[in-house]
Write a protein that binds this ligand. Structure first.
Ligand code: SF4
Length: 60
């Protein structure tokens, strides 16, 4: 399960740019997981997780 920690997210948009099938902006312009990754986009979603500048994307 991927999720975005809204306490940490600064809304930079990097994750949405990397994998917009999984990440999107919410009404506060912070990132949110709109759909859990599938086999097809898991690699991109993981890349987004690793590249988040503030480590706001968590996997559990
Ligand atoms: S990359 Fe990180 S800080 Fe930037 S929008 Fe996504 S979760 Fe938020």
């Amino acid at each position: 399960m991927f999720k975005v920690n809204k306490e940490k997210c600064i809304g930079c948009g990097a994750c949405v740019g990397t994998c917009n099938e999984v990440f999107d902006f919410d009404d506060d312009n912070l990132a949110t997981v709109k759909e859990q990754p599938t086999e097809e986009n898991l690699e991109l979603a993981t890349e987004a997780l690793e590249n988040c500048p503030v480590g706001a994307i968590e996997k559990e």
